[in-house]
Design a protein around this ligand. Structure first.
Ligand code: PDD
Length: 280
């Protein structure tokens, strides 16, 4: 298995970055996770568009031109013989002596790794759905940038796992759900309306989220893009999370409440199928 590190494909065990890489010292970098299905990159352009936006917001230069990046991703996937899984790519502001302000001269670092997956969800997860817990959202106010500063999400996910849950839904000070630690949050209301939070600076605008919105619109499913409270989620008919690595994952428990009848809902399942069909 190989990793890509700044211009070279190196054996995974020997892939290293400099100790003064700003990603390492300041989390001064951004990333993307793109799903590979049938050897192809799902929603590739959406991920590249968001990467461009993240880089632009932080004024980090492209390490290579976008079309070269696309080529390098394909080369790594081919070298590692990945037909199903994910590719991780990270770009940082590069290596410079530790100093908070931007270095005058640094070259952006680019690293990439791949991960194989036999399945994106277990049969058990699809059959029974997963549990989420709610936690306060303690992140910064630029969650629209896919930055590698992920400590709040690391702590949140660990808390979820220790509570026997798959994900933690983060709450803003009004008690509204922002999103999961590494996924977007969705509900289907009692009257059958699909709802996910509007994308502003308080959530990451998921590429999967955007595709699901488009698919739902095309299917004529009633849809609202707005904040929803934890209380509304407790009363929802269905709930699910979306991300590149899970697509649509049914949620059947929120904290100690059962969602709907406790089984994955039909609308979520329909959107999962629609997304898979679109992506492969
Ligand atoms: N996480 N919200 C957050 C905070 C995320 O970290 C992610 C993705 C999403 C979903 O975005 P997308 O549909 O583009 O994957 C929403 C990735 C998978 C990760 O960090 O592993």
């Amino acid at each position: 298995r190989y990793a890509y590190v700044n211009g070279r494909f190196v054996p995974h065990g020997e892939a290293m970055v400099h100790v003064e890489d700003r990603g390492f010292q300041f989390a001064d970098g951004v990333y993307e996770v793109v799903t590979i299905i049938g050897g192809r990159l799902a929603d590739e352009q959406g991920h590249l568009d968001r990467l461009a936006r993240s880089l632009n917001e932080l004024r980090i230069a492209w390490p290579v031109a976008p079309h070269v990046l696309k080529l390098l991703m394909r080369r790594l996937i081919a070298r590692n013989h990945v037909t199903q899984g994910t590719i991780y790519l990270q770009i940082t502001r590069g290596v410079a002596p530790r100093d908070f302000k931007f270095p005058k001269h640094s070259r952006s670092s680019l690293v990439m790794t791949t991960k194989r997956a036999t399945a994106f969800a277990t049969p058990e997860q699809l059959e029974n759905g997963v549990k989420v817990i709610s936690i306060p959202d303690i992140r910064w106010l630029r969650r629209d940038i896919k930055s590698v500063a992920l400590l709040p999400q690391v702590l949140g996910k660990q808390q979820a796992v220790e509570a026997g849950a798959f994900e933690a839904w983060q709450l803003d000070p009004d008690g509204d759900v922002t999103e999961g630690c590494s996924s977007n949050a969705w509900i289907v209301t009692e009257d059958g309306t699909l709802v996910t939070r509007h994308a502003d600076n308080l959530i990451l605008n998921g590429v999967t989220r955007l595709s699901i919105i488009r698919l739902a619109r095309e299917a004529g499913i009633p849809f609202e893009e707005r904040a929803f409270s934890l209380e509304e989620a407790y009363r929802a008919r269905e709930a699910f999370v979306s991300s590149a690595s899970t697509f649509v994952m049914p949620v059947t428990r929120i904290d100690d409440r059962t969602v709907g009848n406790g089984k994955p809902g039909s609308l979520g399942e329909r959107l999962r199928q629609a997304y898979l069909e679109y992506a492969r």
